[in-house]
Ligand binder design. Structure first.
Ligand code: SF4
Length: 325
């Protein structure tokens, strides 16, 4: 999994959230949102991260850029483990690692002008002032398909797609190398989604960016991702190149996710029968022993309850965590 060209290497990452409420008030209990996850992202590539709501993908994204403090594990950015750096030590890395948020309505401060929203991180990092700052904001607006007149307007004057463009300009302001795109298109109209994805790809080529692209289903990530990781209940269950994962999904959960993507051709649609997952996702508070997917897996066998499958590379970087392999 280690790669010389890796910009980011995540090793054994855990993020547990302590909860104390109701009947559990006197006892320390943890939601194991991310539970021993490892992956690497090479410079200039896009790693897609998918899974159902609550699988830990957003928490992973927020933890690798230290919006959350990791519970355990290493986050090696350009050769430096940043997992345990203090808030003051992390400041130079904050500039290099940015985030585009899911909800373009909630993520922009309605009381600020677009210019001030984009310029805020320039101010925080003390990078530019006055005319230089204004020029940078105008340049960023043009980069995302907006114009300089938009700088003096407020978020409510824009459509959802335009707001997401503003969110992207804000992320680009401090010239980052790495961006976590947290479901950046799922709140947008289908007609706008492709435009935003194409723009992110153009920006990546132009500015040499590296992305962690988070989405809740596989149909959204195929186009943009170099490789794709599939998460289930805090664990990475499969990781492969985008082509390989679509052609030869191995983990039963990945197969079910892929079967849920609508196919426009009725003949192919009949051949690719949808795999319906039965049962509920177990609670991340006290995950069951063995494979966490076993309650919903049609191939489950006794060993699946006894031992937890490790993520193994079956060759060519196609990794899967399942006792079938
Ligand atoms: Fe299914 Fe067992 Fe594989 Fe888990 S380890 S996905 S239960 S076959």
């Amino acid at each position: 999994m280690e790669d010389k060209k890796a910009l980011l290497e995540v090793k054994g990452l855990k993020k547990y959230f302590e909860i104390r409420k109701g009947l559990l008030a006197n006892k320390k209990t943890y939601v194991k949102a991310v539970d021993d996850v490892s992956f690497a992202i090479n410079k200039g590539e896009t790693l897609g991260l998918v899974g159902e709501s609550g699988c830990g993908k957003t928490t992973t994204g927020r933890t690798v850029i230290k919006l959350y403090e990791p519970t355990a594990g290493q986050i090696i950015y350009n050769g430096q483990d940043i997992a345990k750096l203090s808030p003051s030590q992390i400041l130079p890395y904050r500039r290099k690692m940015q985030m585009i948020f899911q909800d373009p309505y909630a993520s922009l401060d309605a009381r600020m002008t677009v210019g001030d929203i984009i310029g805020e991180s320039l101010d925080i990092h003390g990078l530019m002032r006055g005319k230089e700052r204004a020029e940078r904001i105008h340049y960023l607006l043009s980069k995302v398909g907006l114009n300089r007149d938009h700088a003096s307007r407020y978020p409510h004057e824009f459509s959802g797609g335009q707001r997401q463009r503003i969110g992207i300009a804000r992320a680009l302001a401090v010239e980052p190398e790495f961006i976590v795109c947290d479901e950046p298109i799922s709140a947008l109209d289908v007609s706008i989604q492709a435009q935003v994805v194409n723009m992110l790809e153009d920006l990546q080529d132009d500015l040499g960016l590296t992305y962690l692209f988070i989405a809740h289903d596989l149909s959204m990530v195929k186009h943009i991702s170099t490789r794709i990781g599939v998460m289930y209940l805090g664990k990475m269950v499969e990781l492969a190149s985008s082509n390989e994962l679509y052609k030869k999904p191995l983990h039963p959960y990945t197969q079910a996710l892929l079967s849920a993507i609508p196919v426009p051709d009725p003949d192919m649609s009949a051949a690719n029968k949808r795999i319906m997952l039965e049962g509920e996702t177990p609670s991340p508070i006290d995950p069951p022993p063995g494979c966490r997917f076993k309650g919903r897996c049609r191939y489950a066998k006794p060993i699946c309850s006894e031992s937890e499958p490790e993520l193994k590379d079956l060759g060519g970087g196609h990794c899967v965590a399942c006792h079938l392999f």
